[in-house]
Ligand binder design. Structure first.
Ligand code: IPE
Ligand code: IPE
Ligand code: MG
Length: 260
């Protein structure tokens, strides 16, 4: 009987040795995804408005992006805004949009210095034109960078993404360009926003909630989960290193049997 080779427990990434902060990136997850949560609580604990938590959260984004790039992570996906976050007050959403626009502009020197390319997943509709323009410009500027890929999930919801993929496939079938029998997992993946990207190996959530909140439902089937009580503005490089060490110590079986 033919067997499908299991994906390797750790994927080696080629990183210029001079650029490494850490010893060997052998067990560094290829793709780290983070649900950045707890900005509001961070502000609340200090008697500050929620938006101050979001502002402080951007500093964590900056530190963690640079750290992941230097540790040899191939892709970092950050959950920035969910499709359900529109349920929040308009003032908070408006502030988040402004912050996103400012971030897209101010981040350019770091992205270029670390040779990071940028991708966006999520729905563009509903986002302000200025935010989209700043984002598109940053994506275009960084398109030639061959280091880590920074994928920003903005106005993203996994169920919506899966429904959109089903719609695309149905439209192709109706147009006669696709035989429904040809639809398999690879083809379905190829119609998601994340087409061409590896699945996350390590999924981190800050602020202690034990839930996924509509993030990458299809893609995280075999991701290793790591949750910390630390609020996102308090999340440091040391937290990430702890998460990576935990990942490295785990055995991923992908439904198979233990190797030992
Ligand atoms: C995460 O922090 C950022 C976004 C969802 C935009 P929250 O704003 O959800 O912070 P808490 O969960 O209220 O503390
Ligand atoms: C998840 O956090 C979304 C982002 C981090 C962008 P939420 O704060 O929106 O999640 P819930 O409401 O606690 O599930
Ligand atoms: Mg939250």
């Amino acid at each position: 009987m033919a067997t499908t080779p299991a994906p390797s427990a750790s994927q080696r990434v080629s990183v210029d040795p001079a650029r490494r902060d850490e010893p060997a990136p052998d067990h560094v997850p290829r793709h780290v995804a983070i649900i950045m949560d707890g900005n509001g609580r961070w502000a609340q604990q200090r008697g500050l408005p929620r938006i101050e938590g979001h502002r402080q959260g951007v500093a964590s984004v900056r530190r963690i992006t640079e750290h992941c790039a230097r540790r040899g992570v191939e892709q970092l996906t950050l959950y920035c805004l969910s499709s359900e976050n529109w349920r929040r007050p308009a003032t908070e959403i408006g502030f988040l949009m402004q912050l996103l626009e400012q971030y897209m502009i101010e981040e350019r020197p770091l992205l270029m210095r670390e040779r990071i390319s940028v991708a966006m997943i999520g729905r563009r509709d509903g986002l302000p034109a200025e935010t989209l323009a700043a984002m598109d410009r940053t994506v275009a500027m960084c398109a030639g960078n061959n280091g880590m890929r920074l994928c920003l999930a903005i106005n993203y919801g996994a169920r919506g993404e899966i429904v959109a993929a089903a719609q695309k496939l149905a439209a192709e079938a109706v147009a006669g360009t696709l035989d429904p029998e040809e639809i398999d997992e690879a083809l379905f993946s190829d119609r998601l926003d994340t087409a061409g990207m590896p699945d996350p190996d390590l999924l981190v959530r800050t602020a202690g909630e034990m839930r996924i909140s509509n993030f990458l439902l299809w893609q995280i089937s075999y991701a290793e989960l790591w949750v910390t009580d630390a609020l996102w503005p308090d999340f440091t490089e040391a937290h990430l290193d702890t998460a990576i060490a935990s990942f490295a110590a785990r055995e991923r079986r992908f439904g198979g049997l233990s190797q030992s």
